[in-house]
Write a new protein. Structure first.
Length: 387
């Protein structure tokens, strides 16, 4: 199967990835890039409100200045002072012994799977988890493990009973369960902030079976702000935790994988194996340090998401449950409106969103959309739904 050829056909998912920022950073002597689709032009329209993801934020002036002035060294040798500082601060923020700066959330999740498991193990995870749904089958491709998806439903993490039921003891015929992978906030299920107790219950059940537990906390700080607890408390029950600097926290690049010293040491080797060993990475880590200072402002994104959900839920035949955090999931099945059609109609009015599923559309708030942008978006989306 050609990955690219096939990927182009998957129009729902393509919606996430077809946009690029045209000509940003282009030097005057470089010719402008011609974009193959008119959608890209939308991003150049001044009034476009981009609610596809919190990954779209641009670095602030403070971040750009921090990058410019960053002290750097060769991080593969462990000599980049800015990366070292970021790893120290990140470990402190999530309450672990150590941390590792990685280029992306996906790489961090995949490193965790690789470090925690042995080839052939089974991995128990929610069937809607990012690591299973949206990482190109990474656990199988990169670690040779076999996913065993369970339906965690609205709880977002499996119950202790589900963990025990899904557990496979190693035998002559069976591979054995090597991992329980969890996610908080849960992206696909609507940015749900999963309470600590629920994570702890699943993790304890796994620990009793000698199964390690990594947490995909790409948006862990959103969960912490929503639940009003320190991120370290949410990470305490698990064996390793991944969080992203480049989502709501607004850094241009990077994520952090954190855990005990020994885990992080091995993760560093696997990062190299996966091609993620970076050199003068202080340039991109410096904005990451600024991002760590901006946790509290996530509350604004949550308020904006609540406003948006409220307004859309009011529309006949549209379901937009109140979100815990910055992800609004809108169901238009009652109106027989496909997500693809909805997204396209929104685009025509300059609001960008992502199609999640046949009738499910995601709108994501973030630092680069203000309350008045969201009010404006509401007007435009309601106009689409009134057509
Ligand atoms: N999620 C992206 C898309 O890939 C869906 C988004 O726009 O939300 N874990 C979770 C829970 C995530 O939501 C994501 C990104 C990742 C991991 C991967 O992070 P990156 O994009 O840095 O590889």
């Amino acid at each position: 199967m050609s990955l690219i050829g096939d990927w182009k056909e998957r129009t729902l998912f393509r919606r996430y990835h077809r946009y690029h920022v045209p000509n940003e950073g282009r030097r005057p002597d470089q010719p402008p890039i011609q974009w193959p689709n008119s959608l890209a032009a939308l991003l150049e329209r001044m009034d476009t409100i981009d609610l596809r993801s919190d990954t779209v934020t641009r670095p602030t002036e403070r971040m750009r200045e921090a990058a410019r002035g960053a002290a750097v060294g060769d991080d593969v040798y462990g000599e980049d002072p800015t990366v070292n500082e970021l790893e120290r601060r990140a470990a402190e923020a999530v309450g672990t012994e150590a941390a590792l700066y990685v280029p992306s959330g996906t790489m961090g999740n995949q490193i965790a799977v690789r470090v925690h498991t042995e080839r052939g193990d089974e991995v128990v995870l929610d069937r809607e988890s990012h690591v299973y749904r949206w990482e190109l089958g990474g656990p199988s491709q990169l670690s040779g493990v076999q996913p065993r998806p369970v339906d965690a439903g609205e709880r977002c993490v499996p119950t202790p009973e589900q963990v025990r039921e899904a557990h496979v003891p190693e035998s002559l015929h069976r591979p054995g369960t090597g991992l329980l992978a969890l996610e908080n906030t849960h992206n696909y299920r609507g940015g749900v902030a999963v309470p600590r107790e629920r994570v702890a219950a699943a993790a304890e059940a796994a620990r009793a079976l000698d199964v390690p537990v990594p947490l995909d906390g790409a948006r862990l700080f959103n969960a912490a702000v929503a639940l009003d607890v320190p991120a370290s408390e949410l990470a305490a029950p698990v064996d390793s935790v991944l969080f992203c600097l480049s989502k709501g926290l607004g850094a241009p690049v990077g994520s952090v994988l954190a855990g005990p010293e020994e885990f992080v040491e091995e993760a560093r080797r696997v990062r190299k194996l996966f091609g993620g060993g970076m050199r003068q990475a202080g340039l991109i880590a410096a904005p990451g340090l600024k991002a760590l200072d901006s946790v509290d402002r996530l509350a604004e994104d949550h308020e904006n998401a609540a406003l948006l959900a409220d307004a859309l839920d009011d529309v006949d035949g549209v379901q937009a449950p109140q979100p815990d955090t910055n992800i609004v999931v809108v169901d238009t099945s009652e109106r027989d409106l496909t997500a693809e059609g909805f997204v396209e109609a929104c685009e025509e009015r300059g609001v960008l969103a992502g199609a999640f599923d046949e009738h499910t559309t995601r709108f994501c708030t973030h630092r680069d959309v203000s309350r008045s942008d969201v009010e404006d978006a509401i007007e435009r989306i309601r106009a689409v739904l009134a057509e």
